[in-house]
Write a protein of this length. Structure first.
Lengths: 369, 446
């Protein structure tokens, strides 16, 4: 545009005047025009910040991650401290067995070991046989001969695949157990008739629910519902030959057993110490405490014999519903009080003006914004 | 090569079972070690720093040699235990050698005549466990050996006396306890039933003493001096001044300096929270000193009027650091706090065990020494469970050596002879068999 060397500096302001107006030249496309000339100037700053918002949180996330990694380190600088030589008399250095030599020379960190283990688990899931071969143990000593390794050869595969299988099948099993327990509860509500059909267990620890009992620490209500034992064995709906007898005399046969809490079990023995001295309030229905049903032997057996979880499984994590239940608390990055103000540039939280100023000095240096 | 029967016979007829037991609680920060035998035993373990340390004159201290160190400034550490598990055996062997096996060792023992009971953290990696077993038998040749979960050994202590429950008999192992072990590397929750850990319910929070020390280091470096090369001094400071707040909001309010120009009474007076910490100057003073807050002292020190000592005024740093155990999300760790950890653990066991577990919560490990920890934990747990549940949280007098004391009792218990593996068995059956035997534990037999 030739306008004789005169450069018109168009103001960004739109001036309204009667009849005509200076308007910045925004080109032709309406989209570009909208970008250059937002309709509502009041919101411009906020909209601009929003454009960068995902980037900003990503940056903050990265910062948090970096900070946590730093907090997890043993020392600020990587200390390479060699093992000092012996002052007096050296030990014989060369008599290590091959295994020991390998272990001593290994420079692996815990992270390396963990990665190896995860990789191994993944392999075991996709290809169990190969995994069994990989895990074949090195002979322990020179003394171990082929016979012992031959005898042990199925062992490593069973232990490792068992753990991986357990891991993969744990969730469905747990789900099935809870489903069965829910079903059990439903049936309990439905009536005691059906429940009695399922009595023929090898060890019927049963009783009906409406036995009145005296209050006490070892004998409290809720009668250790036998239902909770039943989710585990298959639940046959077919009536059995034992049914008539159990339905006929449930109370008379079961009552003596209920005197002990927990019920007779092999894992946790019954409470056999003298009960505490009676108290006049013991019979007060308002003071009766509810004691949850005692776990049955099957449940306890399953718990005690369960294999250990793997390292990552044992790490506590928020469940999905709990994850966002409470918002994370934010603190001032300078003084540690509540972070009530956000820095516009980097999103860091500070408490008030004084800390904001302190933060700004650093903020400019750090990000060069 | 003898068969299985032959091995049994030779075990019965062969060398007598060892009479002394070396009980070793091999922690990430310190080793707790002592001997136990039938007639006499060490009442208390020796506490050995489990590290190689280098001071600023580049002198290296191994294990208990650290006692000789006077100047702790710029002390750098190398630790053989990472995340609670022995990873670097080169360093670990050096420390063990110097403490137990050298001619001049402080607790000299002959492995071939000794039984070893070694603790490990729950949910270890199989490869690390195998390494451990191989070193114990192939390098040292202990006569017999048991490697068990550290938290579980606590069940062999007299738990009810910790709770001060009147009782006539002592259960060993305790029938049911919920053990919280908050150590250097992490914090674990382990429900234990008659000395058997309930594996599906063990949970871990990756917040431990190390992380808290590092966090305090960061806070101090931002607010006062650069302390990043002084882990030892900061750790000492943490142990001296940090406490668990019972009223976090209120304490935070009291320690706020206020907005610009504001003069808050609580801030100026310190409100009983602010403390002065005099840093060691490594000439006359080698350990820090805590003092009550004197308004003006640190300000003058900062201006260089009194330059003989460096004084830090600690305010919210004192309780924000242990708060990480209860709210790890404060620094962005996406894990539940210790009370939710207990809840998640209990959700994995039948509800019938809850009353027993909740009424017998035992806290061990160095972090539990922070003032107010048990009380805070108890109130937080109470909030998460039904009103009927009685919650008792107790800490033994000596939470750091509690695991060792339990393991020492275990060494005398008949369970130890059931669980141990002899060197002959190892040589015959191999490392995988040993690992399986230890993983199976006591099983169901009483």
């Amino acid at each position: 545009m030739n306008n004789f060397g005169v450069i018109e500096v168009a103001s960004q302001k739109t001036k309204n005047a009667p009849g005509w107006a200076y308007v910045p030249d925004t080109g032709l496309t309406p989209a570009a025009a909208a970008a250059l000339q937002p309709l509502n100037r009041k919101r411009a700053a906020r909209d601009k910040a929003n454009v960068g918002a995902p980037d900003l949180t990503a940056r903050q996330d990265a910062k948090i991650r970096k900070d946590l990694e730093a907090l997890d380190k043993d020392s600020h600088r990587d200390a390479q401290i060699p093992i000092p030589p012996k002052a007096g008399g050296t030990r014989a250095q060369n008599k290590h067995t091959p295994n020991v030599r390998k272990i001593l020379q290994s420079q692996k960190t815990f992270a390396n070991h963990l990665d190896d283990y995860q990789a191994f688990l993944a392999l075991a899931e996709s290809n169990p046989q190969l995994a069994a071969q990989v895990n074949k143990p090195t002979p322990t000593t020179a003394a171990t001969t082929a016979t012992t390794t031959a005898r042990n050869s199925p062992a490593p595969s069973t232990i490792t695949t068992a753990s991986s299988n357990k891991r993969s099948s744990a969730a469905p099993k747990r789900a099935a157990a809870t489903a069965a327990a829910a079903a059990g509860a439903k049936e309990e509500k439905g009536g005691s008739n059906k429940k009695l059909k399922t009595q023929p267990q090898p060890k019927p620890v049963a009783g009906n629910d409406d036995v009145e009992m005296t209050d006490g620490p070892e004998a409290t209500q809720e009668t250790m519902t036998p239902d909770s034992s039943e989710p585990f064995p298959p639940r046959p709906d077919t009536p059995t030959c034992l049914e008539p007898s159990t339905t006929a005399t449930p109370t008379t046969t079961e009552q003596p057993k209920l005197q002990s809490y927990p019920p007779d079990g092999t894992i946790l023995p019954a409470y056999n110490r003298p009960p505490p001295t009676p108290h006049p309030g013991d019979d007060d229905p308002l003071l009766v405490s509810r004691v949850p049903p005692f776990p049955t032997d099957e449940e306890l057996r399953a718990l005690i014999t369960a294999p250990p979880l793997s390292y990552l499984e044992a790490r506590a994590q928020w469940t999905e519903e709990e994850e966002g239940r409470y918002p994370a608390r934010r603190f001032c990055e300078v003084c540690g009080y509540w972070g009530r103000v956000k820095c516009i540039k980097c999103g860091a939280r500070v408490c008030a003006l004084e800390c904001l100023e302190a933060h700004r000095e650093e903020c400019l240096v750090r990000y060069g914004l | 090569m003898t068969g299985r029967g032959g091995a049994k016979k030779s075990r019965a007829a062969g060398p007598a079972p060892p009479t002394t037991t070396l009980v070793l609680d091999n922690g990430a920060d310190t080793i707790k070690a002592g001997f136990v035998s039938d007639d006499k035993s060490d009442g208390k373990p020796r506490i050995i720093p489990n590290c190689l340390a280098r001071d600023r004159h580049r002198k290296i201290y191994v294990g208990s040699e650290l006692e000789k160190c006077k100047d702790f400034s710029e002390l750098a550490f190398r630790r053989p235990v990472e995340k609670g598990f022995i990873v670097n055996w080169e360093a670990q062997k050096e420390i063990w050698d110097r403490e137990f096996f050298d001619d001049k060792a402080a607790q000299k023992c002959d492995p071939s005549e000794t039984r070893l009971i070694l603790t490990e953290q729950p949910n270890s990696l199989p490869s690390l466990q195998t390494h451990c077993d191989q070193i114990v038998f192939e390098e040292y040749g202990f006569a017999s050996y048991y490697r068990g979960l550290g938290p579980v050994f606590n069940a062999y202590r007299d738990i009810q006396s910790i709770f001060r429950t009147p009782q006539s008999t002592i259960d060993s192992p305790a029938q049911v306890i919920l053990l919280i072990d908050s150590g250097y590397s992490h914090t674990t929750v382990t429900p234990i039933l008659q000395g058997r850990p309930l594996h599906p319910a063990i949970r871990r929070l990756d917040v431990g003493g190390k992380l808290m020390t590092n966090y305090l280091t960061r806070l101090l470096s931002v607010r006062h001096f650069d302390m990043r090369n002084e882990p030892y001094i900061v750790n000492e400071m943490k142990e001296a001044v940090c406490y668990t707040s019972l009223d976090f909001k209120g304490d935070l309010e009291k320690t706020w300096k206020g907005t610009r120009g504001e003069k808050r009474e609580d801030y100026l007076s310190g409100a009983g929270i602010a403390k002065d910490y005099v840093l060691p100057d490594s000439h006359t003073r080698f350990h820090g000193v805590v003092r009550d807050y004197e308004p003006g002292v640190s300000a003058r020190a900062r201006k260089g009027i009194i330059s003989t000592e460096d004084v830090l005024t600690l305010r919210n740093e004192r309780f924000v650091v242990p708060e990480l155990l209860f709210n790890p999300s404060d620094i962005g760790i996406r894990q539940p706090g210790i009370a939710d950890l207990v809840k998640q653990s209990l959700l994995a066991v039948p509800i019938g065990l809850w009353p027993g577990l909740l009424a017998n919560i035992v806290v061990v490990g160095g972090n539990s020494l922070s003032e107010g920890f048990c009380q805070r934990l108890q109130t937080e747990i109470l909030k998460r469970f039904p009103d009927e549940c009685r919650v008792r949280v107790a800490r033994p007098e000596d939470p750091i050596i509690s695991t060792w004391l339990g393991a020492a009792n275990f060494a005398k218990h008949e369970h130890a002879s059931r669980l141990e593996v002899t060197k002959q068995e190892y040589e015959e059956h191999g490392a995988a068999w040993v690992a399986r035997k230890f993983a199976a534990g006591l099983g169901l037999d009483p």
